[in-house]
Ligand binder design. Structure first.
Ligand SMILES: [Zn+2]
Length: 109
């Protein structure tokens, strides 16, 4: 095996190298690459990876508030329904469509 590239050593540090075993064996036998890996590992340990903050209880509401303003206006509710009854409105519209004849004058199937 030729000497390890810096990229391979970094990937090895994060355990993301497909052939970890080959590189590990090389590091065991090559003082030059082992020293380079140690230097990279020492540097990588200085880079603190911050914890990802958890989502608060208001996360869903905050996302909704951001999306809501970009949504198109809702169509007016069907007659006989209230805006607070979207299921009833949808069922009403479905029922209306089933009672109407098809555009070609035949009964719907
Ligand atoms: Zn080497």
């Amino acid at each position: 095996m030729t000497h390890c590239s810096e990229d391979d050593l970094i990937l090895h540090y994060y355990g993301e190298l497909p052939s970890q075993r080959d590189l590990t064996q090389h590091l065991d036998t090559c003082a030059e690459c082992a020293a380079a890996y140690q230097a990279i590992a020492d540097t990588m340990r200085l880079v603190a990876i911050p914890d990802v903050p958890g989502r608060g209880d208001a996360y869903g509401r905050e996302v909704w508030q951001q999306i809501r303003a970009r949504l198109p206006e809702r169509p007016a509710p069907a007659p006989g329904t209230t805006p607070e009854d979207p299921i009833g409105s949808l069922l009403s519209q479905l029922g209306d469509n089933q009672q109407k004849p098809a555009p070609d004058g035949q009964a719907p199937k």
